[in-house]
Design a protein around this ligand. Structure first.
Ligand code: ATP
Ligand code: PRP
Length: 214
């Protein structure tokens, strides 16, 4: 019997994915938040879930280790999207990619032609593209989390990071100085799987599409 594997990350994406899965008649048999299992069955014998790091989701789907996955646009931009079909914006895990700096930092002066700015971020490619679009060269420092700390301890002048409520920026005396783009999570599908397992994948696509909230 043919089957499909769906790659999901814990946390925000998993929570917001449960109603979409339910719409496709898929109910996980374990909760990844409380279980240490990385392969989780569902009520359907032909559907299983694999629990991966958010940044690894496109890689599992690209190589066909998972047929489908759900990944943030932020993660997809850094991955590049090779081998992935991206049929649907699921409109979940919504936030925005921004430049943020300590309150009072003169961002306009730092980003004038000839200016120089040091940016800490997990999103090197997106940050590079953003500043290149403004005709600027910036010094980029790669971090893997807690970007907000970098300007507070002199590692960088500013950060490029995700902002949702703005609570993390406020708690650290930072402010948004420029929005780069809106972010939400997308359904991603392995291109070969879509051809070979269309009978199983197409109904999931349609159910997700019908359950997306505007
Ligand atoms: N504050 C936020 N509000 C809404 N969505 C967010 C927020 N932060 C991140 N996201 C979205 O949720 C996705 C997963 O975020 P999550 O915090 O679960 O993983 P992560 O810890 O950033 O990733 P990793 O574990 O791979 O480093 C991100 O790729 C992004 O698209
Ligand atoms: O505007 P807010 O609602 O405060 O959300 C923004 C925070 O959420 C994300 O971090 P996450 O919680 O994923 O932790 P991380 O720094 O480990 O990625 C992001 O990197 C910000 O730090």
């Amino acid at each position: 019997m043919s089957s499909i594997t769906l790659a999901l990350s814990k946390g925000r994406i998993f929570e917001e994915t449960l109603p979409l899965l339910a719409a496709a008649g898929i109910v996980p048999t374990d909760n990844p938040e409380s279980s240490r299992k990385l392969i989780i069955g569902t009520n359907r014998p032909d559907v299983r879930l694999v629990i991966v790091r958010a940044t690894d989701t496109p890689t599992y789907v690209q190589y066909g280790a998972a047929d489908l996955g759900i990944a943030g646009k932020d993660v997809l931009l850094e991955h590049g999207g090779a081998g992935l079909y991206q049929p649907l914006d699921l409109n979940i895990a919504r936030c925005r990619l921004c430049v943020a700096a300590p309150k009072g930092f003169d961002y306009a002066a730092a980003t004038r032609p000839g200016g120089r700015i040091r940016i800490a971020t997990k999103y090197i490619d997106s940050a590079k593209a953003h500043f290149a679009g403004k005709g600027m060269h910036v010094d980029l420092i790669k971090l893997y989390g807690s970007m907000e700390l970098a300007p507070l301890v002199g590692l960088a002048d500013a950060i490029v990071d995700l902002v949702s409520t703005g609570g993390t920026l406020r708690a650290n005396n930072l402010e948004e100085v420029e929005e780069i783009m809106d972010i939400s999570s997308r359904l991603i599908v392995n291109q070969a799987s879509l051809k070979l397992k269309r009978d199983l994948i197409q109904p999931v696509l349609e159910a997700f599409a019908g359950a997306v909230k505007p």
